[in-house]
Design a protein around this ligand. Sequence first.
Ligand code: AMP
Ligand code: MG
Length: 341
Amino acid sequence: METRLLLPTKENIELSGNALRNGELVAVPTETVYGLAANALNGTAVRKIFTAKGRPMDNPLIVHISDFSQIERFNLVREIPEKAYLLAEKFWPGPLTVIMPKGSAVPNEVSAGLDTVAIRYPSHPVTQAVITAADCPLAAPSANTSGIPSPTAARHVMHDMNGKIPYIIDGGMCEVGVESTVITVVPDVPILLRPGGITLEQLESVIGKVEVSEAVLYKMKEGQKAESPGMKYKHYAPKANLILIKSSDDKYIEYINSCKKENVAALCYNEDVEKLNVKAFPYGNKNDYAQQANRIFDVLREIDESDVKTVYGRCPDTKGAAMAVYNRLIRAAGFEVIELA
Ligand code: AMP
Ligand code: MG
């Protein structure tokens, strides 16, 4: 199949909407990362997503809408919990996914057989226009091959999906750069399942206490049940061996500069670059968490294009907006962290 790169013109949005309504896949830019979209009400179309990505069928997808009223209009949920209204009022449209009791119209392919469904109302004008043109909700995971870094530019999607899908809409670089925050409001005390552009602190300021799923910050134990199936998979990993270093600025520099291994590189903060004597892949300023999130996946892909064998990464903070970056990097590193006292 030929994969066509489309600019987000009015005609191309119409073309994409028609393709989606007819059961085809289209990769679309969103404010988080690029999504690989299919008509969420069509189980056969949704299956194509799993095939193109090589995604395990037991990892459910997020359903995207372009107006709050579509939740009821398309029978996506059984009920909208009170806390979902509060979150929607404050953070939608935006990088927040809310899990609610699943409605009858959602096929099992989307929810992976669960009794719940994940809903997001994205803010990106192109995503909204495509959903509106398709006139159906869109199931859309990140548009990468399963397991490798998520795509934040159209060229990343082309690299992974060329020949597998008919259309990619090029909307430039994604603004947030990491996937949406995922929260479930099904239990009485909501649970944060994946950190993203909306922080834990922001969520708690609107709905009170939010628990953090253990899998967000820690490696899951053998046999432990995942509250969010996606958390159990190895994810975002570059081909090189990535190891995180938890230390002061000076100790990090000293550790790398005295390393004797060949083809070593540093996944570091911008401020570290001039002090390092190995190849540096900076992922943002030390205290600019939004910039780190925006750059991290692109940098991980850059590392993949180099001949680097071992990468020592600065371990991000776990607070505020940095929690999302930490969550991705700790997985990319297979939870390998060296602490330097
Ligand atoms: P992606 O589509 O790649 O952004 O991943 C979606 C994330 O949301 C994965 O980590 C899924 O496991 C999670 N997710 C989607 N639907 C549900 C659900 N009903 N319950 C729990 N987690 C979900
Ligand atoms: Mg993904």
